[in-house]
Ligand binder design. Structure first.
Ligand code: NAD
Ligand code: ZN
Length: 274
């Protein structure tokens, strides 16, 4: 198969990424080839469900009160996408680049757990993880295994007609904390909620030290994540972008590689891990 990366791009990558500190910033585009729809472009899930309602806590509560069946359908559709998705070659290439000591960390806006599933260890999750639950009181977290989320989605679908039964299913999978008595919730950052200070400061720390920031599959329209490349550039890092289109910051990137992440990243790994 013909390489997507031009010789010139290959030379740039070799020159700047070999023996360097490379950090990667990923967005929804890296998981598109795993079957998870993008946010912008409104394909799939977000065409069917208005994110201003279904990606906010108030919206979710009001849907449950007024149209509980719709909430059950949404949770079913959302988790069906997540538990079926598997890492694609872009995720596994980043994990290989980390094992080779080239990529120091992946800062992701995604909530799908696919970087970890691919084997990446240093993952900073700006928007949380949908396969984890968090206590609203003591903030303790637990994994919400794919199998468990599948089981919950199927039970929700079966009991869609009854608000009481739905409440029972949701209470079983988002139980009360044994330590503090508060309720568990999905550990993601919904619209209007603040990002975790810990994750954000870990991201800035990584960016202050990196030589190259590799940006993969993000429109760079969602702040504060979209401000991170500006910070890295200001600290002296080169910006390399991999995207099927252009992003809000393509203009300031030192190199933009147009192509699917699942094809381009294995080529980058091939160049650097050789
Ligand atoms: P976005 O949907 O705004 O932009 C996706 C970008 O990826 C676009 O620039 C597009 O051109 C590019 N793209 C599409 N297919 C690609 C491919 N195969 N290879 C490379 N690039 C490709 O995504 P965003 O910038 O991450 O912002 C969306 C927000 O929604 C984030 O905050 C994220 O938390 C959330 N979100 C997460 C997921 C997920 O967890 N997988 C999915 C959808 C949305
Ligand atoms: Zn607790």
């Amino acid at each position: 198969m013909r390489a997507i990366i031009s010789r010139q791009a290959g030379d740039f990558i070799r020159q700047h990424c070999k023996d360097a500190n490379v950090v990667c910033l990923t967005g929804a585009g890296i998981s598109y080839e795993s079957g998870i729809p993008l946010f912008r472009g409104k394909s799939g899930l977000w065409e069917k469900y208005d994110p201003d309602v279904y990606a906010t806590m108030d919206g979710l509560i009001s849907v449950f009160r007024q149209r509980h069946g719709d909430l059950a359908k949404f949770v079913f559709d959302f988790y069906s996408l997540l538990y079926k998705a598997r890492p694609n070659p872009a995720h596994t290439s980043l994990a290989a680049l980390e094992s080779a000591g080239i990529v120091r960390s992946v800062i992701t806006q995604n909530i799908d757990n696919l970087h970890q599933e691919a084997g990446s260890r240093a993952v900073i999750e700006l928007h949380g993880n949908a396969l984890r639950i968090r206590c609203l009181g003591c903030r303790k977290t637990f994994k919400f295994e794919k199998e468990r989320s599948k089981e919950m989605a199927e039970l929700l679908k079966k009991n869609m007609g009854s608000r009481m039964k739905l409440l029972k299913v949701l209470s079983r999978y988002f139980p009360r904390c044994k330590d503090c008595g508060s309720r568990f919730r999905i550990d993601i950052v919904l619209f209007g909620e603040a990002l975790s200070e810990n994750e954000l400061s870990a991201a800035y720390e990584q960016l202050a030290q990196c030589d190259v920031l590799l940006i993969v599959g993000s429109s760079l329209l969602v702040y504060p994540a979209a401000g991170l490349p500006l910070y890295a550039k200001d600290k002296g890092a080169k910006l390399i972008e991999v995207n099927t289109g252009i992003s809000a910051l393509s203009d300031i990137c030192d190199y933009s590689i147009m192509g699917k992440a699942g094809i381009v990243l294995p080529e980058i790994a091939g160049i650097l891990c050789r």
